[in-house]
Design a protein around this ligand. Structure first.
Ligand code: CA
Length: 486
């Protein structure tokens, strides 16, 4: 977005506010039908469990993100399906364990590999919602494949504004490459120009602000029809970069990385505020489900904080897979509720299709459930009898059944009582060997349904252009070490 455009939007906000009440009360708005709710998923990247106000952060303020939790429900045991970006997103978008289609690690960036994303035999949220009349948009990070057939516009999304890679530089002057074919070194794909659908474009703002503006524009454009908006911020994923505007809010944080990370989260927070305000201004607040979550736990490298939880990104301890997670839907989802039973990112798709009465009986079975009956108290049971995690590359897996959780890492079995010991300090596996055995048996049955790796992983990459391939390995390693992150 140009600065001029931003100013024009700013100026138009005044007139927008004047007409706000009129718009809000307009009964003829075609998109007021709560039987076809809009869905907004705001996904952050590598944000720690403890790095939101609603989970008790003391040094980072997130008043706007907290609106989702206080006006809606926060999940204290909200999980993603994998402790690293790509597979976690594949699970969220399909509502199915990503191992079912071999999405076991971050895909390679090589666009010639046809299998390097969600296979076309699987349906993602946009593809499920499209036949029901929804318009879908994705802003920010895709990371679900670079092959032409796997890009957002081929996968049910009517609008794409962002980048295909698993991370990105935040400042417009860093966007040096027109296409992946120009990239010589690993992680220089973070410097490709942004895409608007299939067209490379320029912009001149801090990337997080740019994504937020795009979200506001999308909502205004699509307000009269049911929509799904996937706001996939790459913040606060590495590289850790922020502007003075946000850094100035955290002058008191001495550690430079933590301060910059806090500033990055603050930029997201402002964006979330703009999104929520726009829903109110457009009169579609009560017909829009807004989920907020992170794609995995805080990373060791970006200055994040998982609070008391053990471990980080890449771990199957809680710090890797339990994330800040909340949902808001006025008059439908209870306000101010802390929901403690385990829920999953798998439940997002299942919730919206159930609430919108979309028949998915001909699709592959979902692993998620509609959360609404549980949140309203209509169903007092557990949304999930069991949750599974499998991280083949790390020779690790985990299961949670009720308050029992086993984590197995390189053959070492650990058992924790999540009610008494959510910090996973006290291993009970020796005392309760029978329980471990039973849980492992349950895992083996599920594991048998998972597929082998469907594609080469992120690090198995060479430049598309053969003339760049010779010196790539050594130089790329040195040059991009500081960007290196999953
Ligand atoms: Ca991530």
């Amino acid at each position: 977005m140009s600065l001029l455009k931003a100013k024009l939007i700013g100026a138009s906000l005044c007139s927008l506010l004047i007409f706000n009440s009129a718009i809000a009360s307009e009964k003829s708005n075609k998109n007021n039908d709560v039987s076809k709710p809009n869905l907004i998923v705001i996904l952050t990247d590598d944000q720690g469990y403890g790095d939101v106000g609603f989970n008790g952060s003391t040094d980072i303020k997130t008043p706007q993100i907290d609106r989702i939790a206080t006006q809606g429900t926060k999940f204290t045991n909200g999980y993603v399906t994998f402790p690293v970006c790509g597979p976690s997103r594949a699970g969220l978008l399909t509502g199915r364990y990503q191992g079912r289609f071999g999405f076991n690690y971050n895909p390679t960036m090589d666009p010639s590999v046809e299998q390097n994303g969600i296979p076309t035999t699987e349906k993602n949220i946009a593809e499920v919602l499209k036949p029901a009349g929804y318009t879908s948009g994705i802003l920010g990070k895709w990371h679900m494949g670079t092959h032409p057939d796997l890009r957002p516009n081929k996968r049910g999304f009517d609008y794409f504004y962002g980048f295909l890679s698993g991370g990105h530089q935040y400042f417009p002057e860093e966007m040096k490459f027109n296409d992946l074919s120009e990239v010589k070194y690993k992680f220089d794909w973070y410097r490709t120009r942004l895409l608007r659908n299939e067209t490379r474009i320029d912009f001149d703002e801090y990337l997080t602000d740019e994504i937020s503006h795009e979200a506001v524009d999308f909502i205004k454009r699509e307000k009269d029809n049911p929509f799904f908006l996937y706001v996939a911020y790459n913040a606060p994923h590495a590289p850790v970069q922020a502007t003075k505007k946000y850094l100035d809010r955290y002058k008191h944080i001495k550690d430079k990385k933590r301060r910059t990370y806090a500033a990055m989260v603050s930029a997201v927070d402002d964006g979330v505020g703009r999104i929520l305000d726009t829903l109110q201004q457009q009169g579609i607040d009560e017909n829009t489900i807004v989920f907020f979550l992170s794609d995995n736990g805080g990373a060791r490298t970006n200055g994040s904080d998982n609070g008391e939880l053990r471990g980080f990104k890449n771990d199957l301890f809680e710090g890797g897979v339990r994330v800040p997670f909340a949902v808001r839907w006025p008059n439908k989802v209870p306000a101010g509720l802390d929901y403690h039973k385990p829920v999953s990112s798998l439940d997002i798709l299942a919730t919206v299709v159930s609430q919108a009465n979309i028949d998915v009986s001909n699709n592959k079975p979902l692993d998620g459930v509609d959360l609404l009956p549980y949140l309203t108290g209509e169903n007092k049971g557990q949304p999930h009898d069991v949750l599974f995690w499998q991280h083949v590359k790390a020779t690790s897996h985990a299961i949670r059944v009720g308050d029992d959780k086993i984590v197995v890492k390189a053959g070492e079995q650990m058992l924790f009582d999540m009610d008494k010991d959510h910090v996973e300090k006290k291993d009970l596996s020796k005392k309760q060997a029978d329980k471990v055995k039973a849980l492992e048996k349950q895992y083996e049955q599920w594991e048998a349904e998972q597929q082998d790796d469907a594609f080469p992983d992120l690090h198995n990459w060479k430049p598309t252009n053969p003339k760049y391939q010779k010196k790539n390995k050594k130089k790329g390693k040195k040059k991009n070490n500081k960007n290196k992150a999953n």
